[in-house]
Design a protein around this ligand. Sequence first.
Ligand code: TYD
Ligand code: MG
Length: 474
Amino acid sequence: MARRGPTFVCQNCGAVTGRWQGKCEACGEWNTIVEEGAAADARMAGPGRPPRKGRPFALEPLAGETHEAPRLPSGIAELDRVTGGGFVRGSVLLVGGDPGIGKSTLLIQTAAALARAGHRAVYISGEEAVAQVRLRAERLGLAAAPVELAAETSVEDIIATLTQGKTPRLVVIDSIQTMWTDAVQSAPGTVTQVRGSAQALIRFAKRAGAAVILVGHVTKDGQIAGPRVVEHMVDAVLSFEGEGTHLFRIMRAVKNRFGPTDEIGVFEMTGSGLREVANPSELFLSERDLGSPGTAVFAGVEGTRPLLVEIQALVAPTTLGTPRRAVVGWDQSRLSMVLAVLEAHCGVKLSGHDVYLNVAGGLRIQEPAADLAAAAALVSSLGNAPLPSDAVFFGEVSLSGAVRPVAQSAARLKEAHKLGFARAFVPEPARGEAGPDAGLALTGIGGLADLVADIAQRGRRGRPPELKAAVGDR
Ligand code: TYD
Ligand code: MG
């Protein structure tokens, strides 16, 4: 029989080793390896203490009485849209985002909105002094809201304070990385501390029925700093994003046990805090450069909400051996795919060109439905052929060059019509579906080559040689 030695487990990633090490080889974290298993448990239990016998409990059928999760709407509609209708009692939400993106601003606004509605809301700052938080609240015009404030970092003290008096409905912890608990030995800010603190706060939330929001910092590569396991422990993870130079801020649900994960909330950073943007299409299209080549409006859908955005492309002859392909706001591999389809099936030669693609307004698109708009912008830039400024595009491009239908065509067309667009380039089957009363003139695109030919005809300074092959002598 094999000898069972002690096992050592990394508390960050769960890797198992046969001996103790200072650094986990699997995840690269320091001081996270702890002895676990029978030998360690026996030592912890001490001599003479018999192992506890399990206590049986009643199992429940799947069918039975259910209660809709009791929700507490924040009163900030864009936030409620992302959470799925408000904060759930006893749930824990992690809000991540780059420093300075506006997490503290949004959460003090949320706490103030709830406090004004008569709920007990507590805001604990581990980063700023009470005076700093007050100063911000004053600037936001929230000074009169009855939010209870503290600058504290000890989780035990915080929980002791919160369990006094009426249970708060909302507790904001800004941020989880600054918290520490006596239950674990390591220094504040370490992986073990962050996880220990999160665990204690989650236990408090479940026990007391309060909604707890944890603020989490984000590392350079976009991960919420600290152990990934905090993301697994909480009920919902919201990510707050935006480009530093833009004023739009987008709240996205990465995980949500009580609601959808595909909804976004759109905010605008103003001098008096974050303002909700109820109609984001107008905002994303507000600075359009009409009539210049290389821009196409994509009729997208985020969650249940249609959203029009401008996709910009620049295709320019390269001076490098390997041409550049840079993309902001869209998927790099999707761009490569669209470029490959243009080369292989549409006769568009791009191997000698640098390609830049940008989604305006700092938005990040995840839908494959943007393929057609991206292709249109690329070909328009290459051919120096402006697209009609009153047209929108959507459709997924397959590797064979066919344009495939996408979900929610009607909603996309309706939004485009509402915003004054008169034409839409859509997958051929979607044209039939939408019928004649879509309010827009629809051009059905069966294959990407049709679109390329259509755009090449509009070229300003004659056809560039790269597009000649695509159009032939038409
Ligand atoms: P903050 O909420 O402190 O960011 P985080 O907590 O995510 O680090 O936001 C700080 C930024 O927001 C700061 O650069 C200034 C800007 N801001 C405004 O533009 N208007 C405002 O009313 C406030 C309070 C902040
Ligand atoms: Mg902050």
